[in-house]
Design a protein around this ligand. Sequence first.
Ligand code: FAD
Length: 531
Amino acid sequence: MTDRSYWAWGRISDEPTAADLAAAATSLSERYGRTILPVNLPSQSDLSLRTPRVKVPAHLRDITSIDDADRAVHTYGRSFPDRIRAFKADFPEPPDAVLRPETEDQIEQILEWASTNAITVYPFGGGSSVVSGFEPDTADERVISLDMERFDKVLEIDTQSRAARIQAGIYGPALERELKKHGLTMRHFPQSFEFSTLGGWIATRSGGHYATNHTHIDDFVESVRMLTPSGPWESRRLPGSGAGPSPDRLVLGSEGIFGVITEAWVRLQEPPGFRASAGVYFENYEDAWSAAREIGQAKLWPANLRMLDAVEGKNAAGMDGTKTLLVIGFESSDVPQTESLAACLKIARELGGVTDPDEIIDSETSASGAGRQGAVGRWRASFIRAPYAMNSTIPLGLIHDTFETAVTWDAWPTLDSEVRSGVQKVLDDRCGGGTISCRFTHVYPDGPAPYYTFIAPGFSGGELEIWSEIKEAASKAIIKSGGTITHHHAVGKLHRPWYDQQRPGLFEKSLRATKNVLDPAGIMNPGVLID
Ligand SMILES: Cc1cc2nc3c(=O)[nH]c(=O)nc-3n(C[C@H](O)[C@H](O)[C@H](O)COP(=O)(O)OP(=O)(O)OC[C@H]3O[C@@H](n4cnc5c(N)ncnc54)[C@H](O)[C@@H]3O)c2cc1C
């Protein structure tokens, strides 16, 4: 059984009440100048899933659930279309059973049973995929979801090397809680941190909250262990190695197609004691992103370097919609960050950036974070609440979603303009308007990782079709302009057509060859990355 909501972000207790929906309907009616009526909330009794088609062997039954709500939770991830379909209790292809192994022996038994009986296996971490990362389709005749939640322990800590051996099914908060007992932290914080797992991060090459320097899970993985249908795959613990292609690199981003990641050694650090941050306002969008570029290229490595365009600043930080905001932040366990922040502010001011003294926070000079009440503070708060806030607006027909990419600086202005015009056209044609906004989640010396949010009134129905058109327009513009179809959300089934265009053909063949060795029966997560 599970306490997770099968449609909303979070737990059942995070689902909105009827009063929440009514309040959201009133607020959206005012914002869009039309009458939006609240809808009825789904209840578990609306669920009526197909009868399970697999007979789980007796020795695995204790770890098996065929409960409808449990299978519903394991059918979709948490993208906009996932949440809409789940809200409507539309589950045509649920997994036949959910298995929660407790030991590696049990995983091996599951993989052997599945391989010899042509049963498709979808590894499941926190279920926060936004790219249809584990979604069964009609081609799968019998399907199980392999939920890693019982692999939730920190097994070993090497304080000298500052690394820990951690099981893959552990969720972000539990991982950090355990490390804190030893005065250490990993500090990999994707926005989905609360409901995603170490194994899911590794399988999808997730991106953390640091805007520069070490931020991808790739940077934290020292070695990794995966159980494949052909046997275990375990790399050696090393701080670095030039011994041929990296075995870890084949597991990072493998999205469950080769096997089940069971544990990893990850790099740790001490919690930061020194912090310095500021918000800088620009009249001109180009000056703001140029400042981000110059700071990135100055190798100052701020932990935070978020540019929010004027629309994003208005929607997410309560600004007036005329200025672009650059949020700059530093942290360190060992060294005051005053000078690094000052160096960034000098670059930003030379490009016309203006600071609000109340929003300059420095653990060396100011008492607490009182100044965080400004736009920077409002943005941080809304960033954390955003996935929950959508629980009340998505059911009412507000189309609200994000997509992301990365691109070199030379191609960035064209990509930005192509993406905006392609998406805005669909918003205007299909919704009579709507907004597209951009922020940078990560900044590299050679290019930014732009993250776009679109919000549109889809109240007349057909949200899924409209959403698909927007996604298509955005993906087309990204690939045409030289960007990647994903910087950190992964490929899944959703991005497959675009990923196929982006990767070298021989690389696809090499992945297939590897898959044939590791998963000869082809049971692991079919349709993701390769067919
Ligand atoms: C609100 C929200 C915010 C998000 N923010 C971010 C963000 O800031 N950065 C970011 O990178 N992503 C983000 N994502 C996307 C998602 O959270 C990441 O892709 C995350 O890494 C998935 O982890 P998970 O444990 O939930 O994996 P799942 O969603 O359960 O699975 C994802 C994929 O990994 C495979 N998998 C999972 N566990 C294993 C395992 N142990 N072994 C083998 N394969 C496995 C699955 O089969 C699937 O293909 C966000 C998603 C949401 C809904």
